[in-house]
Write a protein that binds this ligand. Sequence first.
Ligand SMILES: CCCCCCC/C=C/C(=O)SCCNC(=O)CCNC(=O)[C@H](O)C(C)(C)COP(=O)(O)OP(=O)(O)OC[C@H]1O[C@@H](n2cnc3c(N)ncnc32)[C@H](O)[C@@H]1OP(=O)(O)O
Ligand SMILES: NC(=O)C1=CN([C@@H]2O[C@H](COP(=O)(O)OP(=O)(O)OC[C@H]3O[C@@H](n4cnc5c(N)ncnc54)[C@H](OP(=O)(O)O)[C@@H]3O)[C@@H](O)[C@H]2O)C=CC1
Length: 281
Amino acid sequence: MAFAPGLLAGRRALVTGGGTGLGRSIGRRFLELGASLAICGRRGAVLDAAVDAFRADVPGAVVTTHPCDIRDAVAVEAMLDDVWRDGPADILVNNAAANFLAQTHRLSARAVDAVLGTTLHGAAYCTVGCGRRWIEAGQPGVVLSILTLSALQGGAFTAPSAMAKAGLLAMTQSLAVEWGPHGIRLVAIAPGTFPTEAAVARLRPGGVEHAGVPLRRAGKHEELTDLAAFLVSDHAGYVTGECVVADGGRRLLGGARAGAQEMLDWTDADWAAQRARTPAR
Ligand SMILES: CCCCCCC/C=C/C(=O)SCCNC(=O)CCNC(=O)[C@H](O)C(C)(C)COP(=O)(O)OP(=O)(O)OC[C@H]1O[C@@H](n2cnc3c(N)ncnc32)[C@H](O)[C@@H]1OP(=O)(O)O
Ligand SMILES: NC(=O)C1=CN([C@@H]2O[C@H](COP(=O)(O)OP(=O)(O)OC[C@H]3O[C@@H](n4cnc5c(N)ncnc54)[C@H](OP(=O)(O)O)[C@@H]3O)[C@@H](O)[C@H]2O)C=CC1
């Protein structure tokens, strides 16, 4: 089903980490649907390159860039002031994150801080800063946080990321209640595998595999960006405090009993053999 072209017309979205990967794809989709955009990230040149691409893809795209390290609370406040100078944002996408594979017992304090500082604290600073501005102005808003499956089930060898994303889920649920009376919604997406340069390089050293995915493939960026657009749109106006999993069924298969993965590839003959050796009672 195609969205109405003006689904997000008149809306202004701030996408953290909007210069690369999924953040860039989400930003482009919001622009296509009529929103204007503010993107932040640490590297100004990366943000500028994204803007050039947006303008090539979406004629007339209105985009501002805001270089900022979201681990720094003071810098986040200055960045939000800068965004608001062009008019208030009414959508925040907490997309920026840090993650790498490591044995947790070998992590230095700085390594733990690098992940928690970006993924949890940075998103909290952005959310509180936007929420305060919306509440003081008496205007509604939407916060969409991009989580991971590990927020729901833990993540061995990416423990700080799992901890941070689980914290963002708690933030989503807590503030959905606290800020509901102000017309502010908080929603989240827990993506499975959506290949990006950074995620593949950092987290899939052996390449992307789909053995654990019932749908037998990676997610397409448009499958994530359309879900994001729906959740921030008025069509999801009564949805708050919820996290939608988009993982091709990976989480449910992982939670199934041992052997379920192999069974995906069983033939009819395999199933007949299983039936034959299964006692009637
Ligand atoms: C297609 C497959 C999909 C799977 C998806 C799984 C779900 C999750 C997805 C994601 O989150 S993808 C997003 C990934 N993107 C990023 O991580 C981008 C941002 N990351 C970074 O900037 C760096 O990786 C960073 C290390 C987190 C931060 O960089 P910064 O320049 O600020 O820090 P450094 O000074 O380099 O390092 C700080 C500290 O951390 C230690 N460290 C860095 N890398 C590692 C590592 N690989 N293992 C262990 N420790 C690491 C580093 O040594 C520093 O500590 P000290 O040595 O000073 O004690
Ligand atoms: N790709 C996937 O399969 C999955 C991704 N996700 C989530 O999706 C989101 C995007 O991931 P993906 O696109 O793959 O990865 P990217 O690394 O491409 O995106 C991360 C972005 O965050 C920015 N960023 C990192 N640290 C900071 C910081 N301290 N301050 C400001 N910006 C920062 C980066 O820009 P810069 O370096 O210039 O600061 C970058 O643009 C993340 O939340 C990730 O956890 C979740 C599950 C699966």
